[in-house]
Design a binder for this molecule. Structure first.
Ligand code: NAD
Length: 431
């Protein structure tokens, strides 16, 4: 099939490469010329495990092209995936500016029947909006269908998730579009992964419902973590005990310094806005968001309880919003680092892959290429991202390098008993 993927960010690039790898001809379109030039030169613009190899193979094989030429990209494709960003606007709603621009361009350049697929995370009703905009911008009445096909990939495991999704959801009211997408996703269906067809609005809501549920579980545990600290319980023991219940399951029950990333914070806010626009209560999600915002300050509170931050040097391990990605959008590290700087601390920082992005957004920091070098002569260490490589470092050596043996473990990756025995002032979250 001939596909165009509009937007070559984390979702668009993985989707484009993934579909090319299944034998389709894919055009990746973006308005960012620099990004397209980089991709055209054979280099990736994001870090995602396993992506480089697939990219190389399909780019060399000619199944993957990159362009900023919107007209050609639309004319030459049967299916157009909208994968542009939908960030939070000043009203805390999903900003649909880019989605609307794409719909306008599709309407303008459409020459024959096409399926337009909303893969971007967009509020319920957006497929109708896209349809209206296309109709308004068409010169002649070319037939088309708009489908909602929300994306559930996880950064850091995006290639795996593309190849082996838990489910694919196709929201459509057109049997013609359904047939085309079922045929495109045939290879997924063959692996016995469920490909579910629903009405468009249910598909749109399912994406927000899924992210809001995961965010709720995190805020749920973070709120309970405070009770554990007050009473001397251990949130890890609580989450293990809860997670072994089949009705609950173990995932997303970890307390920490809050969730971040380009999805949970903005999607929870957008869901709140959508509920309110439809006259519905949003109390639960407002609480989820509020708890998360507060949680980002716990690491700094813990440090201030044992250290005068003014003039002290604090080492930070982990900047990306989660392991295995270079994405730092809305990462809790940003809040923690900026608060520490506001309180007069000097920051030394290290992240295995997010340093390039960090240097762009976080200034006034000393960056290091090695976790041990980062902590030399620091007054305390804060772990913000649970990268695997931090789990088994030599904590005896760390203690020697630190000026004071203070560790705030924002992701509970170390054992409190072992750390205390080693002589650390160790503070986890909720333990
Ligand atoms: P991103 O910011 O990484 O990429 C968006 C891309 O769209 C950018 O390269 C930008 O230049 C491009 N763009 C913007 N306007 C354009 C236009 N008019 N024409 C062509 N290109 C344009 O975003 P992302 O993280 O890939 O997310 C994209 C969408 O997918 C969002 O709605 C997001 O919520 C959703 N989503 C993201 C993830 C994730 O893990 N990142 C997972 C599931 C769903």
């Amino acid at each position: 099939m001939n596909l165009t993927v509009v937007g070559t960010g984390y979702v668009g690039l993985v989707t484009g490469v993934g579909f090319a790898n299944l034998g389709n001809n894919v055009i990746c379109l973006d308005i960012d010329k620099e990004k397209i030039n980089t991709l055209e030169s054979g280099k990736l613009t994001i870090y995602e495990p396993g992506l480089q190899e697939l990219f190389d193979r399909n780019f060399k094989g000619g199944r993957l092209r990159f362009t900023t030429d919107v007209e050609t990209a639309i004319l030459e494709s049967d299916i157009i995936f909208i994968c542009v960003g939908t960030p939070t606007n000043e009203k805390e709603e999903a900003d649909l500016t880019a989605v609307k621009e794409v719909a306008k361009a599709v309407g303008k350049h459409m020459n024959q029947y096409k399926v337009i697929v909303n893969k971007s995370t967009v509020p319920v009703g957006t497929a109708d909006l896209v349809r209206e905009i296309i109709l308004k911008n068409q010169e002649s009445g070319v037939e088309f269908d708009v489908v909602s096909n929300p994306e559930f990939l996880r950064e850091g495991a995006a290639v795996k998730d593309f190849e082996n999704p838990n489910r694919v959801i196709i929201g459509t009211d057109s049997s013609r579009a359904e047939e085309i997408l079922m045929s495109l996703y045939r290879s997924v269906a063959r692996t016995d992964r469920p490909v579910i067809v629903t009405d468009i609005k249910s598909a749109e809501i399912t994406k927000y419902a899924s992210n809001a549920m995961l965010a709720t579980r995190i805020s749920f545990m973070n709120q309970l973590a405070h009770l554990c600290e007050e009473t001397g319980a251990d949130i890890k023991a609580v989450s293990r005990g809860m997670g072994l219940d089949n009705r609950i399951g173990p995932r997303f029950l970890q307390a920490g310094v809050g969730y971040g990333g380009s999805c949970f914070p903005k999607d929870v806010k957008a869901l709140i806005a959508t509920l309110k626009q439809h006259g519905c209560d949003a109390d639960l999600f407002e609480a989820v968001n509020r708890i998360n915002e507060k949680q980002k300050s716990v690491a700094v509170d813990k440090l201030s309880s044992v250290l005068d931050l003014k003039g002290s040097t604090i080492a930070v391990w982990g900047i990306s919003f989660k392991p295995k990605t270079d994405d730092i959008r809305e990462a809790p590290s940003l809040t923690v680092i900026r608060s520490l700087q506001d309180l007069g601390a000097v920051i030394h920082a290290f992240d295995p892959v997010a340093m390039k992005n960090a240097r762009h957004f976080l200034t006034g920091i000393r960056y290091f290429d090695d976790p041990y070098e980062t902590i030399r002569d620091c007054d305390a260490l804060v772990v913000i991202t649970e990268w695997d490589e931090f789990r088994n470092l030599d904590m005896r050596a760390v203690k020697v390098l630190l000026r004071k043996p203070i560790v705030v473990d924002g992701r509970n990756i170390y054992d409190p008993k072992e750390m205390t025995e080693l002589g650390y002032t160790y503070m986890g979250i909720g333990r």
